[in-house]
Design a protein around this ligand. Structure first.
Ligand code: F6P
Length: 543
């Protein structure tokens, strides 16, 4: 527990000269710290035994998603205080500022308007005194027309999206999740890693004549993406025996000049905007590969599902608000009970990329130790997020979830209906997801300590009837708003990512010594540590 001896990590300690932390001086914060001490002996299993209405009290439903948080270490009083905390932190005000186009990404002086991308036509979207709704709908219109033409022509049978991070994970995850809705005659690949193996393996099965590359990069300067794009261009030029291969390229970017300089024609450049962050950009032209693979109508249904969740988040009372409840139980576990990890466990093979997508969304947004005002925070913020689909994970890391020394709160995702007809699979899958949350909670007594399960391990389950484009859109928006809500409570700017810059800069310095012709030993021990020098020596010019 955070305030009961769990401050193990030096980086999480407030410094002695820190100014008083405004969050910790909130009355609701104080009360929650006291409640966290009281629940030391709380048994989730006993709470069910003592209250037949516990599930009724601790579940909510919206947009085709049921959220069951009754297996968390919560009481009605704790939930009331968590909601008070959200109010004290002005969640309603921050939410209004986000939807209203204010520059809430202060360090980059940008608005945060991914929600506007899924709003229906006719709704004005104001930011910086301008209505940007027309650009959004014009771009959607272009995406619709372009994807219809490409699908109707049938010339391009292979689509390769080149992008990384937010320019890869969102569309890639959604493409996998909605595979049953895709046009099977289009073979789609997502290439992100600068490791040549990624591009190389994708291109092995592509016919150059029939391959369309989408280069997706907000900045059009990202090392991995530009390296892959250049190699893709060279591959086409070599195989097609001509210089001009521009008809095989489309770009999605904010940096029009760089895309044109690369060789993409103006009409084939789709815009990105500074008021949409990379990891929130799936709803923009970054979703173009989805339009090609799924068809525009399915993409629109995804936008509609996300918009329905936006409305729910904006309008539902906090006590019934899915993103808020999911966020608050997360804050309770992370900040007040001191659980540092979150396992995200979709029981759907189609959602196999969902944990990686949410990992970026969560850890790049809230993996921060400085608040909006630049002060070091004195409480734990974003958790370590990892996950794998069930049942696979059960045969890998669940041992630790059940009997390890670290308590790992879990978020299960269960999907009622399968899109595939093999008999008996779905009931087995569902029995496992429901059984796991019960096993984690119940535990098991045994005279043999090796076989004993302590139980009382908290989990939340999201139950959805069918994984269709609408529900997937709602599910993604649920996580976006969960992470936003947590950022508000932790007083973080969830929309910048300065922490990724240093590694990129140092990799740039090291690169000079690894590229062909790089001078061995030019990085002297005055400039670097012996490990860095030793690794460069060991790896450069590897046979
Ligand atoms: O390195 C982090 C990051 O900036 C992400 O936030 C972003 O999604 C990704 O790189 C890709 O950036 P870009 O779209 O500019 O290529």
């Amino acid at each position: 527990m955070w305030n009961n001896g769990a401050m193990k990590n030096h980086s999480e300690r407030p410094t002695t000269d820190s100014p008083p932390c405004p969050r910790r001086s909130l009355d609701s914060w104080d009360v929650l710290e006291a409640l966290a001490r009281e629940v030391q002996d709380f048994s989730i299993k006993d709470a069910f035994a003592g209250d037949s209405r516990r599930f009724k009290k601790f579940h909510a439903e919206a947009c085709g998603i049921l959220l069951d948080f009754s297996k968390q270490t919560v009481t009605p009083d704790i939930v009331t205080q968590l909601i008070r905390l959200a109010q004290d932190c002005d969640l309603a005000g921050w939410r209004a500022r986000m939807f209203g186009g204010d520059a809430i990404n202060e360090s980059e002086e940008r608005a945060v308007l991914h929600t506007a991308l899924r709003a229906p036509e006719g709704v004005p979207v104001m930011t910086g005194g301008r209505d940007v709704a027309a650009q959004i709908h014009e771009t959607l219109g272009r995406m619709k027309a372009f994807s219809r033409t490409i699908r109707a022509e049938g010339r391009f049978r292979h689509i390769v999206n080149i992008g990384i991070g937010g320019s890869d994970l969102g569309p890639h995850m959604a493409n996998e999740a909605l595979k049953p809705f895709t046009a099977r005659e289009i073979d789609i690949h997502y290439v992100s890693n600068v490791d040549a193996a990624h591009l190389g393996e994708a291109l092995r099965v592509c016919d150059p004549q029939a391959t369309l590359f989408i280069v997706t990069s907000k900045t059009f300067t990202t090392q991995e993406t530009m390296t892959n794009a250049q190699s893709a261009k060279a591959w086409l030029q070599d195989n097609l025996k001509r210089e001009d291969v521009r008809e095989h390229f489309v770009a999605v970017t904010q940096n029009i000049a760089k895309a044109e300089a690369f060789g993409v024609s103006g009409g084939r450049i789709f815009p990105m905007w500074d008021w949409v962050g990379g990891r929130y950009s799936l709803w923009s032209a970054v979703g173009l590969p989805l339009c090609l693979s799924l068809g525009f109508a399915h993409f629109r249904a995804m936008l509609d599902g996300a918009h329905a969740m936006d409305r729910h988040f904006a309008e539902a009372p906090l006590e019934e608000n899915l993103p808020v409840l999911l966020a608050l139980t997360g804050v309770w576990n992370r900040t007040f009970l001191g659980h540092s990890v979150l396992a995200l466990l979709p029981y759907s093979q189609l959602l196999h990329k969902f944990p990686a997508f949410v990992q970026q969304l969560d850890m790049e947004s809230n993996g921060k130790s400085v608040d909006r005002e630049g002060r070091r925070v004195s409480y734990p913020t974003g958790p370590i997020v990892f996950g794998e689909p069930g049942t696979n994970g059960q045969h890998a890391f669940y041992q630790l979830l059940h009997q390890g020394t670290t308590i790992v709160p879990c978020e299960f995702i269960a999907v009622g209906q399968s899109e595939y007809d093999f008999e008996g699979h779905q009931s087995k899958l569902l029995s496992n997801v429901i059984g796991q949350s019960k096993a984690l909670m119940d535990g098991q007594a045994d005279s043999d300590p090796q076989k004993r399960f302590e139980g009382n391990r908290p989990s939340t389950t999201l139950a959805i009837k069918r994984l269709d484009p609408f529900t997937l859109g709602a599910l993604i928006a649920l996580y976006e708003h969960k992470i936003f809500t947590q950022g508000v409570i932790w007083n973080l700017n969830s929309f910048d990512q300065w922490g990724v810059e240093l590694g990129k800069a140092i990799a740039g310095q090291v690169l000079k010594h690894l590229e062909p012709g790089g001078a061995p030993g030019r990085l002297s021990s005055d400039e670097s540590d012996s490990s860095t020098l030793g690794l460069i020596e060991a790896l450069r010019d590897a046979p």
